[in-house]
Design a protein around this ligand. Structure first.
Ligand SMILES: Nc1ncnc2c1ncn2[C@@H]1O[C@H](COP(=O)(O)OP(=O)(O)OP(=O)(O)O)[C@@H](O)[C@H]1O
Length: 254
């Protein structure tokens, strides 16, 4: 890991007309980390994540990826710069095969990527069932397999940073376990993840660090264990959409 964060977001604000969804949020992700972005419904998690790839209406702030300012860049340019996103609800191309879904993800590879398209054996290394179903249409896969495919499609862009929006949402308890295990495995492979999750305890069990949003503001940040043990975390979830009165912030060091 270098001193410079892989992703550095400062004073990010997002507004949908009169609705201010994110208020001057600042966060960092370092290479190789899993960082969890937590908060109650409507806290601004998805808006933050989508603003990073230029797909939510940013009204202020700065986004720097690996030293390069990508603030205001078009979504395709952000993806080519190295940020891939796995949307909530999986959204694979149901009529296309596993192979073609992954091939489409690879279209957004960085210019000059020396590795070439993600190959079947590489996919099979992480997702054996996807490699087995390589020529089957995605719509025939189970929910858990579609989530794997959505992640594989993001990895096909060979990104520096993968954003995951609610990856466990709507999955059975067993498949939720598999998705969290998969995130831990990606981390072991030095893939950097920023994860929006409602499953707080499980997220904190695999994350290195976490940020808690409440009413569009980051009210707490720190090592996953610190965030888990903080009363402010509980307050943020009980507080729901109300404006924050919690000011406790565990400063990230190092
Ligand atoms: N497209 C939109 N138009 C108008 N308001 C929006 C839009 N998307 C989100 N919002 C509002 O912005 C605020 C933050 O929503 P956001 O989806 O970012 O929160 P979240 O923490 O991801 O919540 P959830 O877990 O429910 O998705 C909410 O008040 C929400 O109603």
């Amino acid at each position: 890991m270098t001193d410079q964060p892989l992703l550095s977001v400062s004073d990010l604000s997002v507004s949908y007309g009169p609705v201010q969804a994110v208020r001057e949020a600042s966060l960092e992700v370092r290479a190789g980390e899993i960082v969890a972005l937590l908060g109650a419904n409507g806290a601004g998690k998805s808006s933050t994540m989508w603003a990073l790839v230029g797909m939510a209406p940013r009204t202020g702030g700065r986004i720097v990826l690996d030293g390069r300012d990508v603030t205001g860049a078009a979504p395709e340019d952000v993806v080519r710069a190295g940020i891939a996103i796995v949307p909530e609800g999986r959204r694979v191309f149901a009529n296309l095969t596993v192979r073609d879904n992954i091939r489409l993800g690879g279209v957004a590879r960085r210019a000059g990527d020396p590795h070439g398209p993600l190959q079947r054996d590489e996919v099979g290394d992480l997702f054996p069932l996807l490699a087995e179903r390589w020529d089957q249409v995605a719509g025939g896969l189970s929910g858990g397999q579609q989530q794997q495919l959505a992640i594989a499609r993001a990895l096909a862009a060979r990104p520096r940073l993968v954003l995951l929006d609610e990856p466990s949402l709507g999955l059975s308890p067993r498949l939720v376990g598999e998705v969290f295990e998969l995130m831990a495995e990606l981390r072991r492979r030095a893939i950097t993840l920023l994860v929006v999750e409602q499953n707080v305890q499980r997220s904190l069990a695999i994350a290195d660090r976490a940020y808690v949003l409440q009413g569009g503001r980051i009210v707490l940040s720190g090592d996953a264990a610190e965030v888990r043990d903080s009363e402010a975390t509980e307050a943020a979830f009980l507080g729901g959409r109300t404006t924050t009165r919690t000011t406790t912030t565990t400063t990230v060091t190092g």
